[in-house]
Design a protein around this ligand. Sequence first.
Ligand code: GDP
Ligand code: GDP
Length: 452
Amino acid sequence: MSFTLAIIGRPNTGKSTLFNRLVGKRLALVDDRPGVTRDLREGEGRLGELRFRVIDTAGLEEATDDSLPGRMRRLTERAMAEADLCLFLIDARAGVLALDRTLAEMLRKSGARVILAANKCEGRASEAGLYEAFELGLGDPVAVSAEHGEGMGDLYSAILPYAEALAPPEDAADSAPIPGADDDPLAERRPLQIAITGRPNAGKSTLINTIIGDERLLTGPEAGLTRDAIALDADWGGRAVRIFDTAGLRKKAKVQETLDRLSSADALRAIRFAEVVVVLMDAAQAFETQDLRIADLAEREGRAVILAVNKWDAVADKQAERRRLTEMGERLLPQLRGVPLVTLSGLTGRGLDRLRDAVEAQHRIWNKRVTTAKLNDWLAAKLAEHPPPAPGGRRIRLRFMTQVRTRPPGFVVFCSRPEALPESYTRYLVNGLRADFGLGGVPLRLHLRKGE
Ligand code: GDP
Ligand code: GDP
């Protein structure tokens, strides 16, 4: 176990629940009643391939003469002294309370390494609290639900940079499952999560109805989704899928402006839940501003993207139109280079098999992991083919590369002078990764880190 993580926060924010989830044994006692006596726990935490010591500061809630803030302060000080990294938990349902602010202030002043997490984020009731958490001055909060196991992938991403700095990988893990990833054995049983997004009248409801056919199974609003966005479970040609419909199935608002605003808020929500985002466009008016905005949003949220051009049955010169649209996609969405463009008709059902194949292919790419050995052979070849520049007469060295995450794929390159490496060189590497490892059309992150 390479470093120590302390879970800090006021009573009832869910520290024990999170501790249990990280440690994986149901040792800690969870109880709603304030004032329950518990001991300070520690255990081996696991998150993906990360292994660390976790200490749970829940435990000084027994009645003493001391005031609660006083006890919390002492406890937090003790945990900070023992930990390399503090995970500060707030309860997003309750919002930010005075005691949260006191603890946040202490953490800020101490200079400790802190990750802020907002717990109980599985439902809508947490939204306001999550935004309030930004005010604490501890960076962007990671939204989690300790009880439901949501946000563990994001928590992993937040801890990873610290883990690497505190205990650099001797042998970067190529095989360990990341929670929620496809190589996580539990993932196979889960349906592939798809968001069908697009402007009003693009044909979302028609397409979804065709996919789902008779076996429509309304799962009802997923926790955290509004009643406007609905999750539908289906078997799509043998593959279990869960489709997040955005504005498609609800009654349409009268005012176009309201509709546009609503549908982008819904789209964002659906995008966050999805693994693959289908940007459905009407062939008669493809690549309008809102389509590009949705695609860009999906990219920034790290989702796999598919461009789907609907109502293809109504297109006359299909070949010419296809060429034109492909060219537009490449030009207007360079951040998604290689993104598939599928033409289809939700009404007639033509092209739906192509869409399904594309969804599966992009999902696989999104989950793809390249071994460290392969990456470093590749890096050596790319460096030889086109050496990095040598500003001031000193050549920038790129020494080691590893994939640090999937969903979407993320890579770290250790570099002698990251600040001096021109953007064009990073682009050269990213484009090379896409081309040589078949990583087209998914967001791809490449981080430079200073290292010899
Ligand atoms: P602690 O006092 O900070 O250790 O908090 P606990 O882990 O004992 O949790 C306090 C209460 O919050 C318990 O009733 C938990 O079941 C509940 N809780 C913990 N995590 C979540 C969550 O993600 N969502 C919701 N809704 N409740 C949670
Ligand atoms: P939504 O607002 O995105 O859910 O769009 P709808 O599914 O309600 O479709 C909007 C309109 O486009 C309706 O009149 C549909 O009949 C029509 N439509 C949907 N898909 C197709 C298609 O593949 N071809 C044609 N020609 N019309 C379609």
